[in-house]
Design a protein. Structure first.
Length: 190
């Protein structure tokens, strides 16, 4: 009796969810593979079948949740750099960041551990690629800064606005509005 591929995906997903929960609750460093296995009620060997290390789990979560950024970059490279395209790119990026909110909470709470892990570099590379699609390298420097600032404005809603009172969706919407304003200004000068 073979393992159905869907079942394996479900187990992988459960491992990711439980691990991310434990990492957020007690910190990445203090969480062991044994604890993850116990919470899932599986053997360590069963867990090991899917992931060899905690970092493997984290990288898989990260890639699943930020994979849409790669898709966005690929789509962006096929588009004309119109203002409407740039606004749509920001809307889609904002939605992708929102879908990855649990991961960003984890990153915020485990900054020390992240310094030694690969995911920080992977994320920076993805943001650089997205910026390459959004920003015009021939534009005046102030307009290039506006485009960079637009992306970081969206990041602010994930990281920096967590302590600001208000509905998360309102904060995301406000950040998107400011990001679109910045790109619109940059585009108008082009």
């Amino acid at each position: 009796m073979g393992t159905h591929p869907q079942r394996r995906t479900d187990t992988r997903q459960r491992i990711q969810d439980v691990a991310l929960e434990l990492f957020a609750e007690q910190g990445y460093e203090k969480t062991s593979l044994r604890e993850i296995a116990q919470l899932l009620d599986v053997t360590k060997a069963a867990l090991y079948y899917h992931f060899k290390t905690k970092e493997d789990i984290l990288i898989s979560v990260f890639q699943d949740l930020t994979g849409p950024i790669d898709e966005l970059v690929a789509w962006g490279k096929t588009q004309e750099p119109t203002l409407e395209f740039k606004k749509e790119l920001l809307r889609r990026y904002s939605a992708a960041l929102n879908d990855a909110a649990p991961l960003f909470r984890f990153m915020q709470e485990n900054q020390a551990a992240l310094r030694d892990l690969k995911i920080g570099e992977i994320f920076k590379d993805r943001v650089r690629a997205l910026l390459g699609v959004l920003r015009d390298e021939q534009a005046p420097l102030t307009d290039q800064v506006r485009c960079v600032s637009a992306l970081y404005t969206l990041h602010a809603s994930m990281f920096l606005l967590t302590d600001v009172e208000g509905d998360p969706e309102d904060k995301r919407s406000a950040s998107l509005e400011v990001a679109i304003d910045l790109v619109t200004q940059a585009h108008e000068h082009a």
